[in-house]
Unconditional design. Structure first.
Length: 140
């Protein structure tokens, strides 16, 4: 069930990020509350792992403040919530694969002169692609 909730959250936020270049924090926080409730009844990782996943999101929020918004605050909040579901290791994997995919895409856009180096792109779709990659790997 938790896998489907994360998939739904990332799908909803990906659509919103591509269309509006903004994330609605209310949806994300509701998913976070659901994740905490689910862990009360059927925990899949330890509280320390959950805290590690949340800390990764907090680090992204700090990066948003430090860069003056070049990294989206919504991306950090989203990663804090996915940390509740995936734990520290899973959330780090989600972020790492997402960063790799977005870097490859961005490099392609710059090489093809579709975007410049300072232009912004939606990051959440790459987190969705990253999560789909993780789900596919878990099935094998």
């Amino acid at each position: 069930m938790q896998k489907y909730l994360v998939l739904g959250l990332l799908g909803l936020c990906s659509w919103e990020d591509m269309k509006r270049k903004r994330l609605t924090v209310v949806y994300i926080l509701l998913f976070g509350i659901c994740g905490m409730m689910l862990h009360l009844f059927s925990p899949i990782c330890s509280i320390y792992s959950i805290l590690g996943g949340i800390l990764l999101g907090l680090a992204m929020m700090l990066a948003s403040v430090a860069t003056g918004g070049m990294v989206g605050m919504g991306d950090g909040i989203l990663l804090a919530v996915t940390g509740v579901y995936l734990g520290g290791t899973g959330n780090l994997e989600l972020l790492s694969i997402g960063l790799l995919l977005s870097a490859c895409w961005s490099l392609g856009l710059v090489v093809l002169k579709k975007k410049r180096g300072k232009d912004q792109i939606a990051f959440v779709p790459f987190l969705l692609a990253s999560y789909l990659t993780m789900l596919f790997r878990w099935q094998i």
